[in-house]
Write a protein that binds this ligand. Sequence first.
Ligand code: FES
Ligand SMILES: [Fe+2]
Length: 407
Amino acid sequence: MQLVSEGREVSWSEGQSLSRSYYTSASIFELEFRKVVQNQWLLVDHISRIPKPGDFFLFDVGRENVIIIRQSDSEIGAFYNVCRHRGSRVCITREGSVKALTCPYHAWSYRLDGSLRVAPMMREGFEKQAHGLIPLHLRVFEGFLFINMSKSTPSQFETFVDRYRPWLEPAQLDKAKVVIRRNYPTTANWKLVVENFVECYHCGPAHATYSFVHDRLKLRALGAGMRSGSDNDIKKYGPILRAWEKTAIACGYPVGNFADGPDSESLQGGGRAPIGGERKTETSKGEPAAPLLGSFKEYDGGRTVAHFNPFSCLFVNNDFAVSVRFTPRSEAATDVEAIWLVREDAVEGHDYDPEELSFVWDTTLREDCVLAENNQLGVNSCVYEPGPHSYLEGRISDFIAWYLRKL
Ligand code: FES
Ligand SMILES: [Fe+2]
């Protein structure tokens, strides 16, 4: 693939990884931040983190730091954490609850809606209304908060989430709560982290737990969603998937799978498939770890997957959900955070066991962190050259082609 972006010629052969500079260069990171990251809807957290007006938390992306704050019972805002006086960070505490946002430097103070309330000893003619915090786009879907840093009108949020509605509605995640939060800061370029997440070629050799829990044939056919497996494996897995779909439909639950191609806006994918065997949910033994979510009345053993874009993914079992986000910080660092959700009335120790709940994905994400960091170390070497992909890594080509188009 040849294309020109801001005078730079990009060369990449489909079915191969990218050349080294894409995983190491600070200037490419700047460019892709502007062209790719800034224009995507980024999943940041769940609404249950800020239940009361004044509750806030900070979110880091690239060099930016964003304040997510609840303004009222019905409104949540997102602002760049940059004081309009001389640019200090306004909010220093990572999360908490405030009546106003007051800059620690010269005490300019902003209301919860970002407008400037107090700016002491300013000269005559100073216009407070022109010096509010700079907002960015924020939307809520099924209780998940998404931001978009696009400088112009962002891509339609409704289009971004609509296709997931039928799959996610039964779980009613807007009525769930976060019970576990884990961070896996990864010293690797975000594209290596994402590439690792869109293939299951490594599941067998590198994820003993994940491979034990999930049907092996499914991992080959659909391990990283549609378009990630070979036609042959999809054919072999077809009868198992269709048999399970009958069960799911009998329960009144949604079925189906899809994956966008590289010319799409957000390279989305998702759908539902059984975990495997007699397993009811994604735990070590397949036994339930929490009360049924939302309107689920019985276990169909299925798991819903929503790849909103390469930066976030949501897995929903009948009893609990896990969202994972990959946030680019620099050319060599990526924040990875996972949150686990259960119904809001579930009681720890009585209804759910955090260890059991988090076991599969915590183990897998720890392993993924090491894999991506080792990958980066090798890519840094002077002898690294793009290598050929297996037929289980087709989704990486989709991702790279999508990324280069955006660039
Ligand atoms: S930089 Fe914030 S009040 Fe001066
Ligand atoms: Fe992995």
